[in-house]
Design a protein. Structure first.
Length: 124
């Protein structure tokens, strides 16, 4: 019998969990998890919803998009239900970076969060 699995959390390594949580909270509107602290912070995760977690890692090295000398290991995509350039501008005002390498043309943008993790915003 195949086990029934349900994803309950995605966790990103970072140097400052509360700062990265604040970035993603401003970007997504997800509520902070009530047990967030300086070692591990999260968004959502109550009532069975997916937790987006951020854990402190000593000596954290950010990934470098698109190179793999410090690999990304995880890539999150968000669907944008509004104007893609407006969403990009909003995320950049929150501290997201815009790498030079943009492989998706006008249908998506690769951005980096303040800890260097690449993520995509994609037209709905």
């Amino acid at each position: 019998m195949t086990p029934q699995l349900r994803m309950t959390a995605i966790t990103l390594d970072c140097p400052d969990p509360l700062a990265l949580m604040a970035f993603y909270q401003a970007a997504t509107g997800l509520p902070p998890h009530p047990k967030s602290d300086a070692a591990f912070a999260g968004l959502g995760g109550t009532d069975g919803e997916l937790l987006l977690g951020f854990q402190r890692v000593a000596g954290y090295r950010p990934p470098r998009w698109p190179g793999q000398d410090s690999p990304q290991q995880l890539h999150i995509c968000f669907t944008v239900t509004t104007d893609l350039p407006a969403a990009e501008a909003h995320l950049r005002s929150l501290g997201a970076g815009l790498p030079d390498h943009q492989p998706h043309g006008d249908r998506a943008r690769v951005l980096t969060d303040p800890a260097g993790h690449p993520f995509c915003i994609v037209r709905a």
